[in-house]
Design a binder for this molecule. Structure first.
Ligand SMILES: CC(C)(COP(=O)(O)OP(=O)(O)OC[C@H]1O[C@@H](n2cnc3c(N)ncnc32)[C@H](O)[C@@H]1OP(=O)(O)O)[C@@H](O)C(=O)NCCC(=O)NCCS
Length: 210
């Protein structure tokens, strides 16, 4: 049995703990050892959660440990995943059983797929990506490494979401549109055209935020 450690014990960390309890691997492939977070009192106001074992920096990776990263900010996510990787830690992929995963879709290591999300036919999701609740990744869509797709987003057929992209709640990405590396799409936006790397767009139709 593997011992799962969740990186981040804040709000999203608690969400991912609950997800891990509901995934098919729980008590079959892994049990939950606790959280890694440098804020030792992050769970003081909450009951029902396992302990904060240590900070990511100070934690010594043990045999049978596996990890999942519950940090929303992509730069922090990259930083703390790299620290664990440098210590030889392995990451697992968590997919909620209610997710609709088409047989020819692919998903990389360390990624997280939450309740009622869809990964359509021929879609490819990279490593350490986040596909939030009720989000639809349409047919033949590509989602790059570390990208974060929030709740109720629709990436329609053939859209390309490059690495390290953030797409906030309820945005829609039009067919075959490319969102380039490091870009950000504001909540409730409709993206009709290419989004250039490291820019933020918002609105309907989405325009660049100055
Ligand atoms: C796009 C976003 C990232 C920009 O944030 P920001 O850089 O702090 O920008 P501001 O809030 O200062 O807004 C700047 C302008 O853009 C507008 N704007 C910002 N986000 C917008 C959006 N999603 N749709 C339409 N207009 C938006 C604001 O009204 C403001 O307009 P003004 O200058 O005429 O007053 C942010 O507004 C957003 O959409 N956040 C997503 C929130 C969310 O879903 N979080 C999920 C957490 S789990």
């Amino acid at each position: 049995m593997k011992n799962l450690l969740i990186i981040g014990a804040r709000g999203f960390g608690r969400e991912i703990y609950n997800l891990a309890l509901q995934c098919p691997g729980y008590k079959v492939e892994y049990q939950i050892k606790g959280f890694l977070d440098d804020k030792k009192n992050a769970l003081n106001d909450f009951t029902c959660y396992p302990p904060i074992v240590n900070s990511v920096e100070d934690y010594v990776v043990c045999d049978n440990d596996v990890f999942v990263c519950a940090l929303g900010d992509i730069q922090y996510k990259k930083k703390y995943i790299q620290i664990i990787k440098d210590k030889g830690g392995d990451f697992i992929t968590l997919i909620h059983p209610s997710a609709n995963i088409h047989i020819d879709s692919k998903i990389g290591v360390g990624s997280i797929v939450l309740q009622n999300a869809t990964l359509g036919s021929g879609s490819i999701v990279g490593d350490f990506a986040l596909i939030q609740v009720s989000t639809i990744i349409g047919h033949d869509v590509k989602v790059g490494n570390y990208s974060r797709i929030d709740c109720h987003v629709v990436c329609t057929g053939g859209a390309i979401i490059e690495d390290e992209v953030t797409i906030y709640t309820s945005a829609v990405i039009n067919q075959n549109v490319r969102v380039e590396k490091g870009a950000c799409v504001g909540a409730v936006s409709f993206v009709l055209r290419r989004v250039k790397e490291y820019t933020t767009v918002h609105g309907n139709p989405a325009v660049r935020l100055n």
